[in-house]
Design a protein around this ligand. Structure first.
Ligand code: ADP
Ligand code: MG
Length: 611
């Protein structure tokens, strides 16, 4: 608990004891003592409220609920309703405390993330080990990372081999083996042996920093409803003050009520009319939801996105790495060429430059090949190409001439569910690899649940029609778009949006970043790539595809709970204001009903913290 929260709690407890004492001994003590006891309770629990009211007034140049409450309490004291005035402020402070509690819960989730960032590094300089702050590391520095400590920066291993726990970035708890030349990431944990690395990125460019920035923006990102309520509060406060003044002046003037009655009812208007519950209807619900999802490894960029999430009606899934595990394996290869070894060396050397999962699988399969120095060029959604000895080689999914002898074989592989990576020389196919990538086991259930929610699911892929259809069938997806380039994926999302669909796009950031960026909600699976963190609205830290339905369901619940809150608080205000006209509301009842509703609304929102 933060210090502020502790102090607030202490103040609340003291006021409670004072109010209790005052109430028990009410009949024994005189007016002066009552003013003293209740006045003290008022001041103690009203302190933070008044402070916040003044700060808000200066910031927004207008009145607010906090000041309205103080005004109402002062009014009660003038009417000699000391207990009511004190209780009013006490309960208002209590509801403020509850709201801050929801706030601190979601802030804790953030601090946990901040702890991800490493603090110390052991710099290697002129053969000596110097301990420095991780944020002082510069690109090119050599750093020793001992067993059990955090990797202090993003970089590459230059000496040693180890296994590293990257759970905080990928959600994968199995340690990953790393050797010289492999990339390591800031914040991950070295589990098996000491190694030396060279820093390749500044601290503020590291992946873990990007995750932290992502979550930080979530807190400054309001829902539309919140913004609306905030604007509404400003105007509404004046309306209530006007209403209170009118109630006090008008009826006595036309001889309807006595002046004493009118003043009393005017103060009741101040108490019950103020929009405390309405103001507390949405924010605690949003914060509780954000805190809930972040505990599940689902990072949402803000309340605004939660609101959109609740309305999603179309979910598009990328194939490689999203529907499939993204760890393909080469099962077969077939080549017809004079010098096969040379071709393998060339393919190996080209694919080594790519981060595409298929490229990694090919490199792994050909790992005993020799690396040849060549210049490569990667074409997103197509593959990679390069020239060797005057011949142009292309690896991937290029438009090339396929000799008859290959056609049948490739077709058979694709029909069998294999993805094929073609290798061509000067535009003519000379061989291909057949790869298989497993469909994630939870996909089928997730798709079924989404369909139950009346959400349409679509698969988009750069892969060919046959292997795409095969995977879609395994996953239970009816709509398939295949043979897409990154810009085609982007266009499809745009046209679905133009049809009025609210589109969620789930991808891994490889060849689908533009589509992620245009969709209403772009979801990055696994936060391994920096691009995905910048273009997406939601990040699944772990690769659980069930997170799709979990986040949509939670957003829907958030929406429902805020709506309940809004309707409930407006109804209570309406009922109390109308009853007051007929003199049916005595101040104690007004205070309890009004403030009680505020507390109920916040408690209702805190339900979202639960699993
Ligand atoms: P998906 O939409 O399924 O994620 P991509 O758009 O990433 O697929 O890739 C589409 C196709 O392009 C792949 O199926 C593959 O044939 C080819 N491809 C792209 N990049 C590479 C690469 N580096 N190596 C081999 N093939 C590639
Ligand atoms: Mg992909």
């Amino acid at each position: 608990m933060s210090n502020r929260l502790k102090l607030e709690t202490i103040y609340i407890v003291i006021s409670f004891i004072l109010i209790l004492t005052g109430t028990i001994f009410k009949s024994y003590i005189g007016g002066i003592s009552q003013v003293f006891i209740y006045g003290l309770a008022f001041i103690i629990s009203g302190f933070y409220i008044a402070q916040e009211g003044v700060i808000k007034t200066i910031k927004n140049k207008g009145l607010n609920v906090e000041l309205l409450m103080i005004l109402a309490a002062v009014g009660s004291f003038i009417l000699r309703e000391y207990a009511e005035g004190a209780i009013l402020i006490f309960i208002f402070a209590l509801s403020g405390l509850l709201e801050n509690y929801a706030n601190s819960k979601s802030e804790k989730a953030l601090t946990n993330l901040l702890n991800l960032a490493p603090s110390l590094a052991i710099l290697l300089k002129d053969g000596k080990e110097i301990e420095i702050g991780a944020e002082d590391l510069k690109v090119g520095d050599n750093v020793i990372v001992k067993v059990g400590s955090q990797v202090p920066a993003d970089g590459t291993i230059i000496f040693g081999a180890t296994s590293i726990n990257e759970a905080m970035i990928t959600g994968e708890f199995l340690p990953v083996d790393k050797k010289v030349g492999d990339e390591v990431f800031s914040g991950t944990i070295n589990e098996s042996s000491t190694f030396i690395m060279s820093v390749s990125k500044d601290t503020n460019e590291s992946i873990v920093q990007k995750i932290i920035d992502f979550v930080k923006t979530a807190h400054s990102n309001q829902t539309k409803t919140e913004t609306f309520i905030e604007r509404f509060e400003k105007i509404y406060v004046y309306i209530i003050i006007m209403l209170a003044i009118l109630t006090t002046i008008l009826p006595p003037l036309i001889g309807l009520w006595t002046f004493t009655d009118a003043i009393y009812r005017g103060i009741v208007v101040l108490v019950v009319g103020s929009p405390c519950a309405l103001v507390a209807s949405v924010s605690p619900a949003v914060l509780s939801s954000l805190s809930n999802t972040s505990r599940k490894g689902i990072l949402i960029k803000g309340g605004k996105h939660l609101e959109v999430l609740s309305k999603i009606d179309t979910v598009i899934l990328d194939k490689t790495g999203t529907i499939t595990e993204g760890k393909p394996e080469v099962k077969e290869l077939y080549f017809e060429t004079v010098n096969e070894t040379l071709v393998y060396d060339i393919v190996y050397s080209l694919e080594k430059h790519s981060t595409h999962p298929l490229a990694k699988a090919v490199v792994e399969y050909l790992k005993d090949s020799n690396e040849i120095k060549l210049i490569s060029k990667e074409l997103p959604g197509k593959g990679i190409e390069g020239t060797y000895d005057g011949n142009m080689y292309q690896v991937g999914n290029f438009n090339i001439e396929i000799p008859l002898t290959f056609k049948e074989k490739i077709h058979k592989a694709n029909k069998g569910g294999f993805t094929t990576v073609n290798v061509s020389m000067n535009g003519i196919l000379i061989g291909f690899f057949s790869l298989i990538d497993k469909v994630r086991p939870e996909v089928k259930n997730t798709i079924n649940h989404l369909n139950d929610l009346k959400i349409r699911t679509i698969m988009m892929t750069g892969d060919n029609r046959y292997s795409a259809n095969n995977i879609a069938q395994n996953a239970g997806i009816k709509y398939v778009f295949s043979d897409l380039l990154p810009e085609d994926k982007y266009r499809h999302v745009k046209s679905l949006k133009a049809e009025g669909k609210i589109v969620m796009m789930v991808g891994d950031g490889i060849n689908d970043a533009p589509a992620l960026a245009v969709s209403d909600i772009g979801v990055a699976m696994g936060s391994g790539t920096d691009v995905s963190l910048e273009t997406s609205d939601v990040v699944f830290m772990n690769n659980h595809i069930q997170n799709i339905e979990k986040s949509i369901l939670l957003a829907k619940r958030m929406k429902l709970i805020s709506l309940q809150n809004i309707i409930f608080s407006i109804s209570i205000i309406g009922i109390l204001l109308v009853s007051n006209i007929f003199g049916l509301v005595i101040l104690p009842v007004g205070v309890l009903a009004h403030e009680g509703s505020t507390i109920l609304v916040i408690l209702n929102s805190l339900r979202l913290l639960r699993k």
